[in-house]
Design a protein around this ligand. Structure first.
Ligand code: SF4
Length: 244
């Protein structure tokens, strides 16, 4: 996770500290690249806090980190898990121009619950953001994820799947929401493993190319199991490592 430990947002499910962030560490991209090299990673997931305090939302820092990681680690598969940059097209372009193989932005929950779960975000904005990413770079693999157990209905989950497919999202993760502390949103329901299996089956029928679904699935869960074509990365060669 780059760009500091302080986030400008306060999503109801997230344990990251909400506070005024510090200035960006300009040497971080090189250090992340060096960490990837030392850890011998072949697939890395790079994410960040939301940096609404910065005009570019931290997109330039993302791009610098992708470029440094690629320069020091040729052949690496780079997946980014980005905030919505308040929907700014130039921020999105900046990240995509650095050519990550996988572009992930989480929808997190169904439309009805979005104002309660991630109050500063908008469901439709996230969908438009994902759609625009695919339009700007048709070769990038687009990915998103939902937490289940926050009080959503099955019908709402199916609708979210349809909405993501309409935005041309290719990869989906579905996991159980777990409450980090009593100050966070309560768990409304524990979804049974069989229900996750059914969701996975239906998501694949709806056209997702790859679906990870299960109680312990998170957005970077076994991320390397999916093989982006651009990098020529084979499924059999996947390494289950990431920096998140
Ligand atoms: S924007 Fe991301 S890091 Fe910040 S509170 Fe929300 S989920 Fe956590």
């Amino acid at each position: 996770m780059i760009a500091g430990e302080r986030c400008t947002r306060a999503c109801g499910f997230c344990a990251v500290t909400t506070a005024k962030p510090f200035a960006l560490d300009q040497e971080e991209p090189e250090r992340v690249a060096e960490a990837i090299r030392r850890l011998k990673l072949r697939h890395v997931v790079i994410t960040a806090v939301a940096r609404d305090d910065l005009a570019d939302g931290g997109s330039d820092h993302f791009a610098s980190t992708i470029k440094a990681a690629r320069r020091i680690n040729p052949g690496i598969v780079i997946e980014v898990l980005v905030p919505d940059f308040n929907g700014k097209r130039e921020s999105l372009e900046r990240v995509l121009q650095a050519k990550p193989e996988v572009f992930n932005h989480n929808l997190e929950t169904v439309e009805r619950l979005t104002p309660f779960v991630r109050s500063r975000a908008k469901y439709q904005l996230s969908l438009a953001f994902l759609k625009q990413a695919k339009e700007l770079d048709p070769a990038v693999v687009t990915k998103s994820g939902l937490m289940l157990g926050l009080g959503e209905s099955e019908v709402e989950v199916f609708q979210a799947m349809d909405d993501l497919r309409a935005a041309a999202v290719q990869v989906l993760t579905l996991g159980q929401y777990l409450r980090p502390t009593p100050r966070h949103l309560p768990v409304v329901e524990y979804i049974m493993p069989a229900a996750f299996e059914l969701y996975k089956e239906i998501a694949l029928q709806k056209g997702f190319e790859y679906v990870a679904a299960g109680p312990l699935v998170r957005s970077s869960y076994h991320a390397s199991d999916y093989s982006p074509k651009r990098a020529g990365f084979s499924e059999a060669g996947g390494v289950k490592n990431s920096l998140v």
